[in-house]
Design a protein around this ligand. Sequence first.
Ligand code: DGJ
Length: 707
Amino acid sequence: MTQIIQLHSPLVSLLVKLTPAPEIVYWGAAITPLNANQIEAFIDTQQRAVPQARLDQDVPLTLCPELGRGSFGASGIEGHHAGLNAMPRFEYLSHQQNDNVAEMHCLDQQANLALSITLALDSATGVLRKQMTLTNQSGADYTLNKLALTLPVPHRANEVESYYGRWSRELQANRQSISHGAWSAENRRGRTSHEYFPACLLGQSGFSEQNGEVWGFHLAWSGNHQLRAEVKSDGRRFMQAGELLLPGEIVLAENESYTTPELYASYSRSGINGIRASHHQFVREQVLAFDVNKPRPVHLNTWEGIYFEHDPEYICQMATEAAKIGVERFIIDDGWFKGRNDDKSSLGDWVLDQSKYPNGLHPVIEHVNQLGMEFGIWVEPEMVNPDSDLFRAHPEWLLAAQGYEQPTGRYQYVLNLQNQDCFDYLYQSLDKLLAEHNIGYVKWDMNRELVQPTHQGQASVNGQTRALYRLIDKLNRAHPNVEIESCSSGGGRIDYEILKRTCRFWTSDCNDALERQTIQKHMGIFFPPEVMGAHIGPKHSHTTRRTHSINLRGLTALTGHMGVELDPVKESESEKQAFAHYITLHKHYRELLHHGRSFYLDNIDDTHLAYGVSNGSQSIVIVCQLAMPDYALPDPIRLIELNPSANYHIKLVDYPQSSASLMKENAGWWESGELVANGEWLMNMGLSLPILDPEAALLLEVTELAE
Ligand code: DGJ
């Protein structure tokens, strides 16, 4: 009898045929589990024809497609034993299944390579986790060039949405058809990267926020990666993701293994919102390492306020003003350590600058704590400036290839964390800092890409990435109450593997609210809002030089892990009152925002974004007019997640203060700012909106009324 594995959850089912090698035969909407008598009939329905003029037998698209089987698309595995065994072919050996976790073992007896494949379907969310381990059982070294995670999607998934970017413009969406050939992205920057976010969506043509079948993929890895969506000439298609290995990076001696990063994948029949909902719940339940019941404290980060100019007295004034507007965590950014007056020196010398802080950090921390705030601090442990005591003492600690000159990047080099002495030095410096001070939060930055990353002569992004994880893990164990943020020139290191050991991302160095609307929208497909650092920046954005009203800045930062990034001492009273207003609003909705179900609404006008969060009985919706509207009148907003037979109280909570210039008369109910409407009307006919000026936003609260 044909052996299959079945993994079922209320939303998603997955069936794997085990022989000759494991092959997914179904992955999509939940189906009734097959009973033993149905399996053969089911397999019959899936038996493919064999086309003319090709191999005379069917070639399955296995969980690790092999050229050695006649799978002519991108192989799941590439490598060799000194030129031999370049095209392995694995046969199924055995498997174990524990609830929704299946581990399959395969072997290529000729090449002496063993492959184990884990598939785990999360019962609550339907998120699928895939990981593979390759073991070299031969006496000869095996050079592994590639071991990528492949998942098939049906023929109708013929569009891919991927996310590209650069510094201060992360996570821009790119849609394209994948009817023939392949889409691929390759990241060799040694960090997750701004350029290619390791995630994509595949779906039916035109899939949208609310509609269409969509398959979502995210590779949990903070080093190099490759992503590929490929259509074979027979129409079958698959997504493939894995670590991008540099030449000679992984060489397995006898009985050594390589384990891939984890690929997280999901299925939705309700557009991108379904993917968003599954991943948010999954991350909240399975990935987050902090206590989700602890409200995410509102930050003030000093960076855009004072840059490198640290004067403890002034910083204390900033803290006093911060506390008045409702800040709960006060963070001093770059500039606090020995000799650090600009970005040209001192990285690596993790001791306090006594000339700036002659009385130490304690008085500042005590002041911050007395005001009822937590204290946080910035570090960039993986880096060293050539102008630093550390570099002068240990030039050999660089992650570099001997005999070549390393280019600096932002005037700095990368340290080799695989060098045990270097690792110990960094651990001890950070451990001391945290042990001696009452620090609740660390902003862990990483501002340079890896060039010729080499350890003991061998390319080594994998080793560097794993050493980074070990360093953070060790610090987390020693200081379990300290929360670490992952920052990398903004959003250069956003992924689930780093999130397992951190609590928040610095989403982007761009605090321009208009740019942030897009960045946050796409990050929010895979990450819940409570890990998305979102700060109100100064009126004039430091990165774009654009000017935005507090209305747009406040409502844009409101939905994430909120903060402010400016100098409150220099701000006017009215501006400070406005910060306090949005911070109060954030705290009022924080529980809903950080525990509810997020969604975006489909819209006919691309200049108009509508983001909402619902907890079942209450929602908020933020409508943002990004640019000049396409049409003179906005599309009535058709709400979702409502009960059609209930009535709802709708309240206009926040609205631009300036008078609208594109509108002569406001939509009917807006003058009173509230109304009661039926759920069925709101979902089907919708609610008319005012005409917002470009770069303005409004906030609606929608509350179900008791019968
Ligand atoms: C890059 C970060 O993204 C910024 O927020 C800031 O911390 C600077 N580094 C400090 O050097």
